[in-house]
Design a binder for this molecule. Structure first.
Ligand code: CA
Length: 253
């Protein structure tokens, strides 16, 4: 998932970027208000982390411009400590949440997860789709209670598709959110990645719509968030054979 980070303090920006990368996101840092406005207006981000105190064009003005041109990307604003008026102004301008500086990076990540799932219309942090459980907090995907060993790229791909479940995600869009927009990659790299992911998952989670893209279209049940216990298989009683799967939907082509 691509996250735009608008922050003019280099160290803060670098700290945020490092934490986002470690959490499986693709951060793109910009320190200039005008450029931030342009990028948010024209590029496709899953969320924006927006510092309000910026040179040239301030965060509130950027946010107002985005919202008036119907950019609905969730925005988490970073405000000065104790400035309640700034927070009120930011929320009225269309921010989805705020964090006062200085903050703990863990809280930033938790709030980011929360705005992402709220804007996707989900109440809880864990997502269950049939036998598959996705836990973004632990960056884990489990099938029937068994956690899968995913590479960072595989995790990014499945996290993006789950976040956008119910809609066909075009290949170029998924590639942008897995590899970033600056990387040069072979056109079939994503297909290879998806194939590997399907073999690991073993059940028909990711479907291909020929010529359109990929979709995860299963119904899901939201789970209570925050629990440490991940064994959520509600007695389905079936252990999938991940090594020799005959389910055609889940098989790599
Ligand atoms: Ca600043």
């Amino acid at each position: 998932m691509r996250i735009l980070v608008v922050e003019d303090e280099k160290k803060v920006a670098a700290d945020i970027a490092r934490a986002l990368e470690a959490a499986g996101y693709i951060p793109e840092i910009v320190d200039d208000g005008e450029e931030a406005w342009f990028l948010g207006d024209t590029e496709d981000y899953c969320a924006v982390i927006l510092d309000l105190g910026l040179p040239e064009l301030d965060g509130i003005s950027i946010l107002k411009r985005w919202r008036s041109s119907n950019v609905a990307t969730p925005v988490l604003i970073l405000t000065a400590r104790g400035s309640w008026s700034e927070r009120v102004e930011g929320i009225d301008a269309g921010a989805d949440d705020y964090l006062a500086k200085p903050f703990q990076i863990e809280e930033l990540l938790a709030r980011l997860r929360a705005v992402l799932r709220r804007t996707a219309g989900h109440a809880s942090s864990q997502i269950q789709i049939g036998p598959v459980l996705f836990d973004p907090r632990q960056m884990r995907l489990s099938v029937d209670g068994t956690p899968l060993q995913l590479t960072p790229l595989e995790y990014r791909a499945v996290a993006f598709l789950i976040h956008h479940r119910g809609r066909v995600v075009p290949q170029h869009e998924l590639a942008d959110h897995v590899y970033g927009t600056n990387s040069d990659r072979e056109t079939n790299t994503l297909e290879v990645l998806i194939g590997r992911l399907r073999r690991k998952i073993g059940v028909g989670l990711i479907e291909t719509r020929r010529g359109f893209g990929y979709i995860i279209c299963a119904e899901e049940d939201d789970h209570e968030s925050g629990g440490e216990n991940d064994s959520v298989d509600g007695g389905r009683g079936k252990t999938p054979d991940k090594t020799n799967k005959t389910n055609s939907k889940g098989r790599a082509k």
